[in-house]
Design a protein around this ligand. Structure first.
Ligand SMILES: [Zn+2]
Ligand SMILES: [Zn+2]
Length: 135
């Protein structure tokens, strides 16, 4: 993947990419922790820098629902959306409803050439629903 994006293959890049694959929607801290298991001497700054490079190269996607820290995932390029739990912040993937961007047609495009609609569905996750029901 790194070579395909013309990025030099380095151990931190490999470790970050592996961590993002293994933990979809993980935040920077969790990715840092996972990378440190493999590369104990890696710095937080190095992990930040790698995440930025991988996002810029399109190998990882950065999402940031309001009220949440930035999160990263390796599922890119399929225009999928996210559903976020208002109660615990859990995030799950929701496939694009039409299969390609932009998923939604703007009622008025204001003359813009629109190529993407980013949708976040908000609600309550199954765990929180049952916790609410039993409390
Ligand atoms: Zn929840
Ligand atoms: Zn996702």
């Amino acid at each position: 993947m790194l070579r395909g994006a013309a990025l030099r293959v380095t151990r931190p890049r490999l470790a970050v990419l592996t961590a993002v694959h293994a933990h979809p929607h993980a935040d920077t801290d969790s990715i840092f922790e996972a990378v440190r298991q493999e590369l104990p001497k890696v710095s937080q700054q190095a992990v930040y820098d790698v995440l930025r490079a991988l996002s810029a190269a399109g190998l990882v996607r950065r999402i940031q629902p309001s009220g949440s820290v930035a999160r990263y995932e390796s599922r890119v390029g399929d225009n999928h959306h996210h559903v976020v739990c208002r109660s615990c912040g859990a995030i799950a993937d929701v496939d694009c409803s039409v299969g390609e961007a932009p998923c939604l047609t703007a009622s008025d495009d204001q003359g813009f050439s629109i190529d993407e609609a980013e949708v976040i569905y908000w609600g309550v996750c199954p765990e929180c629903v049952s916790a609410l029901a039993t409390s």
